[in-house]
Every structure is written in structure tokens, then in C-alpha cells.
Design a protein around this ligand. Structure first.
Ligand code: ADP
Length: 739
């Protein structure tokens, strides 16, 4: 130990010789003086050998040949080398003669002389050998700056610089290491510490290293991964000098900066003492292409609102670091970020963390709240102990509680099967999801509300919160039942429709079949009546007349039934023509009606306003409508008048009115007269007197519908009735066919 310190001091004293501009004379003098002083040596002499004038038999020759130090600790008159006898005469008692070796070649001799016997112990010889080696190196490479530097490093290391330094011999054994190396690598010097074992490099590898080019090695020291760059330079033929530069932090820093840059939400800026951005890495907003380049040279405090900037400055003045959320704008892009500025040796470091993520989480949360409020299901928010902390509107509606009553309530009280709730909560706590468990909720009045619930757990950062979504099943069941009912009714309607169509078809066919024999009955009846088959007496004629009347009536019924059936079965196609409504009056059917009205003592009028245009309609069907309406009026009027009035109702339609002063229609009958076979006077039965079938108005309505018109009436018992219908002036293509 003492030896180490002494050697250290010795080498330290030699340091200026190594690092200063090299002067051989001075170097030797310095070395001699240090050796004298430190080891108590009285004289040091250095001789350079030149040429071949060396006497092999002499002491110098011996030292050069053996390349070993020659020690004589008791000089005497009888020494084998005459030179040493001379030294004895000069008053010295012990000596050490060493070769000065450079690159394996002895280039000189160093002679140490002491007036004391036994001065050159092993330790001292060892120490001065190193010094001699050093001087040898210094001399050999005099002027070579690189060597000087390496030597400086070497000696530096002897005095505990923080970087590890080592010397390694050609066997790969670490022969010397400074304190840092010993501490960092937990070394104990000795043969077991080969450089191969410790650093994973062979001597050869290190020897071959070019100056300035390191080997990078990761070493695990005390379970810590540390990265070193190992620089090597040749100290002598058989020794390399190693300098280890720890780059762990630099590596870490590069990793951090790469990952921060790829995150694109974090930036670290290097600011000078005026807060100007000198550089940095990362990105605060992916919108920025080159965030760091864009912000370089910007005074960061200028980008902040004044208040924020002052807040930062004052807290920095007080030596505090604050993190503040700030909105600022860089190259025209607005950004919101958390910012922290702290002081460093060369200025400040500013860390920015984008607040965008937080904003989007907030937006998401708002959307969730929106959703909870908008859903028609019950949503209950429950804390870790089962207390309700929030609810939505449907919760109040379906459970019949007020929100205030639900808040703070234990949710178990709302469940009839608490074990299901406990089970489901436990399940979601273990990161499961519960969907559609059947439960019975208890309403405020104690009634059960059958439902299914879904449960989710949310971690709020400090505790769990549970969201329970409850779908009540009562409404759903009612809706389902209604749905089934509607479906059933739909199919019934379909059946009815089919039956009704079948019926129309049947009537249509049968009426047709009846018409032919009836025509024969009528024909032969008429021939009988007219006496074509022989004379008939008065009584017989009366009976035949009855047969003919009944046949007429039957024919009317059949014709109308056939017509109604045809209309109902959509078999009627309108034969559209231009119709002049004034001219209809001259139609023989209308004329015949006028005649019969007059016979009955009723006045008859057909009035058409001057502005009524010709219309497009099926003239025969139109006459049928008028015959039905006018016929009814005559039938149900005993005194007064029958008036037909035709006017223009609008730009596109005309209106036809048939007005009588007859018996009128009761309120009860008003609802039914358009129904088939309905006759007011007989309460639904076809009259026996041959005057009607109860089909006229039904057929009339169908015909007007076919024309896309409308029929209505008003009537008062005892005063008369007014039937009126509108017809479009022209029939468009679409209106012609009824769908
Ligand atoms: P009908 O062939 O029996 O006349 P309608 O369908 O034409 O059949 O008329 C049905 C019923 O409406 C008639 O039986 C009658 O009771 C009533 N009715 C129709 N027109 C009039 C009217 N102008 N005045 C009074 N009642 C009427």
C-alpha cells in the first residue's frame, strides 16, 4: 500500500515531463531528481548508447544483453565489474543498473547509486523500473503527441480519474488498473483477471485497435447493464493501455430521444439562458412536420400567454419547477400542452407533453355521458361499495324513484336476487364483462321489474366504478305481443281480402249465368203476353204481366250486382272521351228521367254554368251516375223539384249537384247509404217493390272514385237531400288506371 502511494507520487512528479513539450535533458534531470528525492537515491545517471562501441564484457553490455536490472546492494573492492569498484571508490555502497528499453530495444543505461548499503529493495527496484520504462517511452516517442496524451492518461489514471484505465500485458492479464476500474469492474488484480474474462476482448483484438477507434461492450456489473467504449493504445510491444469511456447514459439518452420522437406527443427542448430554443428532440403535434426546426431560435416564453410566461419565470426564480397546461401557437398551429421548465448548468430544459390525448379522453367521456342520457335503458353508476353515484332519466321512470332518492342508495336494495348482482360485480372486477344476465329489479312500490343487465368496471385512477345498464323486459314483452297480434291481424286481413275477391268473382260469374235464362224468360213471356202463341184472357194476361215485371226487376238486380262485382274486382276500364256536360241533358236516359219526374208532378231542371269546360270522362259511366242520383231523388221525393246544377269547382275540377225536396236521410242512415244492398226504409233489406237494389250509391261511388273524383251529400229529414260530386277536368295518364 505504502509502496503504491510512493510509486504514485513518483509517477505524478514525472507527469509534467510526459505532457509538456519533450526535452530529453529536462526529462532525464526530472526523473533523476524525483528518484533521488523519493527513494533517497544519491545519484542517477543516464547514458544513451550510440553505435556499436559497446563492450559486451562490461557491466553495460551485461545489462543490455540480459535486459534485466543489475542490483548490487553491497559494493566492494572485489566486484567482478571494474566500474563498480570505481563506484565504491567514489563513496557509494549500493547500486541498481537498468536498461532503458524502447520497443524491446535497449537504447541506454540508467544507473542508480546510493551511499547506503542495501538501498535497492525489491519494491524500490520495481518502482524505479516503471519509471525507467516510462522515461524510455518518453524518450523513444519524443515529440509524438498521441503518445504523450496516452501517457498522460495513464498517469492520470494512477491518481483516480473517474474513468476506468488499465494496462494489459501480452498474456491478456490486467497488470494495472486505476481505482475507477477496480470499483467499476469489481476487479482484484491478479492472474484470474484476464482482459478476456473481464471485458470480453482479447489482447490481440486490443493490440490491433487503431488509435481513436473503440470497441463497444456491454458489461453487467452488480446486475446493472453498463455500456463502455474501450479505447486501446500500445504502451509497449507487450503492453496495451486501455481507457474505458462509459456511454451507458449516452446510449440511454439516444434511446429515450428516439422513442420520444416516435411518440410524437412529447418534446424536450434545450434552452439557453434567455429561454431561446437551441435544439431538442420529439414532436408535440403530428401536424408539425419539423417541430424542432420550426421552434429553433424561438424564445419559448414569447409563445406563451403573458400570464403563463410570468408564472414560469417567477417560479424558476424561486428555484421551483412547475408544470402548467398552456395553449400556445407555433408556426401558426395552435397546440395545447403541459409544459415544465427547469434550470440546468447551461440554461434551461423544457419538457412539453401534448394535452391532445387528454382532450380526446375528455371528449370521449362527454360522449359517454351523452349516450347514457340518450339511451332508453336504465343506467346506474355505482362506486366500489355499491352506492349509486349517478343515474339517468329512464332509471327514474322505470323504477319510480326520484334521482335524489336513488343517489346514495345501496344498489343491492334494487335487486331481488342480490347474489346475481354480487356474482356479476365480482366477475367484472376480474376484468370480465357481463351481458344480459336476467334479473328482477324492485320498483319503489315493491313491484318487480323483469330485466336483463350488463355490467362494466371502470378504473378511475384511484378506485373502481361500475356502470350497470338495465334493459327492462316489460315494454319489450308488450311490444313483442303487439307485434304478434299485428302479424295475426295482417294475415286475417289477407284472408278476408282473398275471400272478398273470391266472392266478387263468384258473383260476377253467377250473375252472368243468370242473365241468359232470364233474357229467355223475358222474351218468351213477352211473346205469351202479346198472344203470339194463342189468345190469353184478361186474368192470364195479368199474371204474365207480373212475371214480366219480376223478370225486369230480377234483371235490374242482376245487372247492378254484376256491375258492382265488376267494379269491385277492378274489372272496369274507363272509356275516356271529351264530354260536354250541357249536352248530357239530351241523353235519352236523362230525358226519360225528366219525363218520369214530370209524370210524378215534380219540376225538373238541368243547369250548367257558362264557364264549365268540357271534361275527360267515360260518358256512359257518367250517365249511369246521373241516372242513379236523379233516379233516387225522384224515388224519394213526393212534392217539389229535382235540380241538377253543374259548376266549375276549381281550375282543375267541376262540381255536379243533384238536389231534391224529398224525404231526406236520417243521421243513422247517413253512415250506411254507400254500403252495398243498404236501403234506409227497409233497414238493410232489398225492397220488394222493385224500385231499387241498394247497390246504386255503391256503384256510383266506385265510378266517381275511378274518375278520381269525390262524392258527398247532405240531407235533412223532411226537407230534402243534396248529393254532389267533383270530377277532374282532365284525366292524366296516372289517373286513368286505378291501382
Ligand atoms: P236503391 O237502389 O235502393 O236506391 P241506393 O244505393 O241508390 O239504392 O240508395 C240506398 C238508399 O239510400 C236508398 O234505399 C235510400 O234509402 C237512400 N237514398 C238514396 N238517395 C236518396 C235521396 N235522394 N233521398 C232520400 N234517400 C235516399
Amino acid at each position: 500500500m505504502v509502496q503504491d502511494i510512493v510509486l504514485g507520487k513518483f509517477l505524478y512528479d514525472l507527469l509534467p515531463i510526459a505532457v509538456g513539450p519533450f526535452d530529453e535533458g529536462k526529462a532525464v534531470e526530472g526523473f533523476a531528481n524525483s528518484a533521488k528525492e523519493i527513494f533517497g537515491i544519491d545519484k542517477v545517471e543516464i547514458r544513451r548508447l550510440h553505435g556499436n562501441g559497446l563492450n559486451r564484457e562490461s557491466l553495460d553490455g551485461y545489462v543490455i544483453n540480459t535486459k534485466k536490472a543489475y542490483i548490487d546492494n553491497q559494493l566492494s573492492e572485489y566486484s567482478e565489474f571494474p566500474k563498480l569498484i570505481d563506484r565504491k571508490h567514489e563513496g557509494y555502497s549500493s547500486c541498481a543498473i537498468m536498461p532503458l528499453i524502447i520497443n524491446g530495444k535497449a537504447i541506454g543505461i540508467i544507473e542508480f547509486l546510493s551511499k547506503i548499503e542495501n538501498r535497492f529493495s525489491d519494491e524500490i527496484v520495481n518502482s524505479i523500473s516503471i519509471g525507467a520504462a516510462f522515461i524510455g517511452l518518453a524518450v523513444g516517442y519524443a515529440g509524438e503527441a498521441a503518445l504523450n496524451k496516452n501517457l498522460a492518461k495513464y498517469f492520470d489514471s494512477a491518481f483516480g480519474t473517474p474513468e476506468p484505465h488499465m494496462m494489459v500485458n501480452s498474456n491478456g492479464i490486467i497488470v494495472k488498473a486505476n481505482k475507477s476500474a477496480i470499483a467499476a469492474l469489481s476487479l482484484s488484480l491478479g492472474s484470474e483477471n484476464s482482459v478476456e474474462n473481464v471485458l470480453g476482448c482479447s489482447f490481440k483484438e486490443l493490440d490491433a485497435l487503431q488509435d481513436g477507434k473503440p470497441i463497444r461492450r456491454m458489461l453487467t456489473i452488480n446486475n446493472e447493464h453498463r455500456v463502455f467504449d474501450i479505447y486501446s493504445s500500445k504502451a509497449s510491444q507487450n503492453t496495451v493501455y486501455l481507457f474505458m469511456d462509459e456511454v451507458t447514459e449516452r446510449e440511454l439518452f439516444q434511446g429515450i430521444s428516439a422513442s420520444i420522437t416516435s411518440v410524437k406527443r412529447v418534446a424536450i427542448l434545450n434552452l439557453d439562458k434567455d429561454f431561446k430554443v437551441m435544439g431538442g428532440f420529439g414532436n408535440i403535434d403530428p401536424m408539425h412536420q419539423d417541430f424542432i426546426d420550426g421552434i429553433k431560435g424561438v424564445k419559448i416564453t414569447d409563445t406563451l400567454p403573458q400570464q403563463e410566461s410570468e408564472k414560469f419565470l417567477s417560479s424558476l426564480n424561486m428555484g421551483k419547477n412547475i408544470v402548467s397546461k398552456v395553449d400556445f401557437s407555433i408556426s401558426g398551429i395552435k397546440t395545447s400542452a403541459y409544459m415544465s421548465i427547469s434550470k440546468t448548468g447551461i440554461g434551461y430544459v423544457c419538457i412539453m407533453l401534448s394535452a391532445e390525448l387528454e382532450e380526446s379522453v375528455k371528449r370521449l367521456a362527454n360522449n359517454l355521458v351523452d349516450f347514457v342520457n340518450a339511451t332508453s335503458d336504465i343506467v346506474l353508476l355505482v362506486d366500489n361499495s355499491g352506492i349509486i353515484i349517478d343515474t339517468n332519466m329512464p332509471a327514474e321512470q322505470f323504477l319510480n324513484y326520484k334521482k335524489e332518492e336513488l343517489l346514495g342508495k345501496d344498489i343491492r336494495l334494487l335487486y331481488s336476487e342480490q347474489d346475481i348482482l354480487d356474482r356479476d360485480i365480482a366477475y367484472v372486477k376480474n376484468r370480465g364483462k357481463v351481458d344480459g344476465s336476467y334479473v328482477n329489479m324492485i320498483k319503489r312500490n315493491g313491484e318487480f321489474l323483469p330485466a336483463t343487465h350488463s355490467v362494466r368496471a371502470f378504473y378511475t385512477g384511484s378506485d373502481y366504478v361500475y356502470a350497470i345498464m338495465i334493459k327492462e323486459l316489460q315494454t319489450k314483452r308488450a311490444l313483442d305481443e303487439m307485434d304478434t297480434l299485428i302479424k295475426k291481424q295482417d294475415s286475417q286481413i289477407k284472408n278476408f281480402k282473398m275471400a272478398s275477391e273470391l266472392k266478387s268473382q263468384f258473383i260476377y260469374n253467377i250473375s252472368h249465368e243468370l242473365k241468359t235464362p232470364l233474357t229467355n224468360i223475358k222474351g218468351f213471356g213477352k211473346l205469351l203476353y202479346d198472344g203470339e202463341f194463342g189468345a190469353v184472357n184478361g186474368e192470364q194476361k195479368e199474371y204474365i204481366k207480373t212475371i214480366l215485371d219480376e223478370a225486369d226487376r230480377l234483371m235490374l238486380i242482376i245487372t247492378q250486382v254484376l256491375d258492382a262485382a265488376k267494379l269491385e274486382a277492378n274489372k272496369v276500364k274507363l272509356d275516356l272521351k271529351e264530354v260536354n256536360l250541357s249536352e248530357l241533358y239530351n241523353n235519352p236516359s236523362i230525358k226519360a228521367l225528366e219525363e218520369s219526374a214530370k209524370t210524378k208532378g215534380l219540376s225538373f231542371a238541368w243547369n250548367v254554368n257558362y264557364d264549365v269546360p268540357a271534361i275527360t270522362a267515360d260518358p256512359n259511366r257518367l250517365i249511369q251516375v246521373f241516372v242513379n242520383l236523379i233516379g233516387n231523388s225522384i224515388k224519394f221525393t213526393e212534392n217539389g223539384s229535382i235540380t241538377v246544377h253543374i259548376s266549375k269547382a276549381s281550375k282543375r275540377s267541376v262540381m255536379c249537384e243533384v238536389i231534391d225536396t224529398g224525404i231526406g236521410i236520417s243521421d243513422e242512415d247517413k253512415r250506411k247509404i254507400f254500403k252495398k244492398f243498404y236501403q234506409a226504409s227497409k233497414k238493410g233489406l232489398v225492397k220488394q217493390d222493385g224500385s231499387g237494389t241498394g247497390l246504386g250509391l255503391a256503384i256510383t261511388k266506385e265510378i266517381i272514385d275511378l274518375h278520381r273524383g269525390k262524392i258527398k251529400f247532405d240531407s235533412h229529414i223532411g226537407t230534402g237531400s243534396r248529393f254532389w260530386f267533383t270530377l277532374p277536368i282532365s284525366q292524366t295518364q296516372k289517373q286513368k288506371s286505378r291501382n
